[in-house]
Design a protein. Structure first.
Length: 255
């Protein structure tokens, strides 16, 4: 029998986002903050949205995405990317948009990341710049251009080459998946043309289905974009009452 999924209205997802955010250890109580949500975009049999949480002074507290548990059922058999504008677009942070990449067969290196999983890209690049990244020919030099060492969180190193419409991926060799543990969830940084391009929480479908919670410090660089607020933590949360997942960058601090 096919599954039936209730449609989520804009107001409904806003309520879900508020409920999920109230459970985050790094965020103040939802009643003391404001949450704006983006237009819903389809993924699988349901929809996803981004949100921006601000305090009563209008300062950004968290940027993330929210989606119902039902999204994990009936996902497509082929890779797909869903792009979300950042709700209540703000110049306070360097982030411009979010892309959710569903990888049903995983991706390279297959021995590490060959499991079905999601890549949650929080981009600082414009969509136009991303569209021009080919990671080949003349563009390969821009992909491989090394950033200022102070712009890279301690311990992160580049992987070979790059990915079209993304750039270069930098990993932490001390992460569990590179030290004999199975890949469940991790965090990657991205650079393009020597500049910070994205921060990327990754999580397998099995990890999400386990409803395990993540609230970890975000590895910090020494240098930031002047005058911007930068997140200090990242969160993956599941709310049992609303059956809703939240993936967010939190703890924004002015730099």
């Amino acid at each position: 029998m096919p599954h039936s999924f209730p449609s989520l209205t804009r107001a409904g997802v806003l309520t879900l986002a508020l409920a999920a955010l109230a459970a985050l250890a790094a965020a103040p109580a939802a009643a003391q903050t404001r949450v704006a949500v983006s237009d819903a975009q389809p993924l699988g049999a349901t929809t996803v949205q981004s949100f921006t949480q601000t305090d009563v002074q209008g300062r950004v507290i968290a940027i993330g995405i929210t989606f119902p548990e039902s999204m994990l059922i009936g996902l497509p058999a082929q890779p797909v990317e869903t792009v979300l504008r950042i709700a209540q677009a703000t110049t306070q942070t360097p982030f411009t948009h979010i892309a959710i990449d569903w990888n049903p067969q995983g991706h390279e290196p297959q021995q590490i990341y060959g499991k079905p999983h999601f890549d949650f890209h929080f981009y600082t690049l414009s969509e136009q710049t991303r569209a021009g990244i080919t990671a080949s020919g003349d563009d390969l030099a821009r992909v491989e251009k090394k950033p200022n060492p102070d712009s890279v969180p301690a311990g992160y190193v580049p992987t070979p080459g790059g990915v079209p419409q993304m750039g270069a991926h930098w990993i932490n060799p001390k992460s569990a998946e590179f030290n004999g543990q199975p890949f469940t969830q991790t965090l990657i940084y991205g650079f393009y043309d020597g500049n910070f391009a994205f921060v990327e929480p990754m999580a397998t479908t099995a990890f999400l289905q386990s409803k395990a919670q993540v609230d970890e410090a975000l590895p910090q660089p020494k240098a930031y974009a002047a005058g911007k607020s930068f997140p200090t933590r990242y969160t993956i949360a599941f709310d049992d009452k609303t059956h809703t997942y939240t993936v967010a960058l939190t703890g924004f601090e002015p730099r």
